[in-house]
Design a protein around this ligand. Sequence first.
Ligand SMILES: [Zn+2]
Ligand SMILES: [Zn+2]
Length: 328
Amino acid sequence: MTIQENQEKIKNIYKEINQINGHDHDFFFGYLTRTIASGFKKIHKGFDPSEKFSKGIAYLFGLCELCGIDLESSFLKRFPNCCPYCLASPCECYLTNKKSALNIPQRKYAEELEWKYLHFQQTLKKEERIIDFDYAANFIHKIYPLNKIYWDLFHGPEFHILKCFEELGEIQEAYSIYLSKDDSRKSDYLNQIQDEICDLFAWLISAWRLQCPNLNITEFFEKMYNGNCPSCNQEHCICKNRNNSSDMLWRKEEIENIYATLTKITSDDPRLPQLLKLYNDALLSNSHSEFKRCLKETIAFLSNSKFSLADKYVDDLDRQLQLIKEKI
Ligand SMILES: [Zn+2]
Ligand SMILES: [Zn+2]
């Protein structure tokens, strides 16, 4: 699925609830910042940020929708097969100090970028390229190969963290200016937001790829938003708020499966009947927080160790179950 199709999918899931609750720019910006910060917190601890970054991108799509921005085409326009500053690929900004590496005068920049974009569009069309998250991640690393070198050899994720938060600040600045203008003048300021959003997306997807080099990002995102909101599991989200929705990715059927497995255990452990009762109650109440409690207790029961279920991969249930079955 392309970036554009995913933007459309997220729009369909959240369109109504966003309208009902009047979610505005600040709402999306706030959650965008929060999810990116949580993702980097995971990276810092050596964990996988995929769940947080997927949510971050969903909020980024929300912000794009409010501003009438198509992320995919804006991204290609911002990076027309070259760096928008030095106009080269790989980027040569470190040599040119963000000036053109092509020996063209500064005033010709916009023209040159436009030409490159048109040419790039034709090439993509001819090659029938699918522009998905993985294409974007690999494409950014082709233009900016130093990202990986810096990450691996010098700064770790620090430089990406710094750049993402720098871009977040610039997004907020750009949309505040945009909102303060009369409708007739708004479109003049749209480009600025568009560029900042694309820059953030580029740094974010780059960090994601560097932390998870073997992950199919597109597949992960699509599984997480598999036509439904991952929190309420509805085609059209009905979440009352997004505050407590983090990590509620377990579905009732998944809980029922684990419960069925647990009932097959023969053990004298007095905690087992308590655990089964917990499942019974949770399935009756159909409460996500109770589901999470059940799983936490199950892991504690089976492994005598505690770890956060927030680290669950969306497609990891089979592995989890296998793990549980092996313990049994
Ligand atoms: Zn450059
Ligand atoms: Zn929902």
